[in-house]
Design a protein around this ligand. Structure first.
Ligand SMILES: [Zn+2]
Length: 89
């Protein structure tokens, strides 16, 4: 008996299946991507949010040398398909 989907549902006093947890509606969880600082070469991590757009550019200051790193990231769904970390302007 396929009870696994059913067991995720929460029924309260006759309220119906709209209370079911639908896996497709779970918010995408932010993910960390590790890269090397283009200035000092230290390992760093960027917090990526796939829900922010398929192509994103932002500046993140290096935690070690405090210089601005120009980051570009592309997503396909929640998969990172392109990542670059370069010297900022
Ligand atoms: Zn650095």
């Amino acid at each position: 008996m396929g009870t696994s989907a059913f067991s995720r549902c929460f029924y309260f006093l006759g309220l119906e299946s709209h209370l079911c947890w639908d896996p497709s509606e779970v918010p995408v969880i932010e993910q960390d991507h590790t890269f090397l600082c283009p200035y000092c070469g230290e390992d760093l991590s960027a917090r990526l949010d796939p829900s922010g757009g398929r192509r994103q550019k932002f500046v993140q200051d290096c935690e070690v040398c405090c210089k601005p790193i120009q980051i570009e990231v592309h997503f396909a769904g929640d998969e990172v398909t392109f990542f670059s970390a370069e010297v900022g302007d």
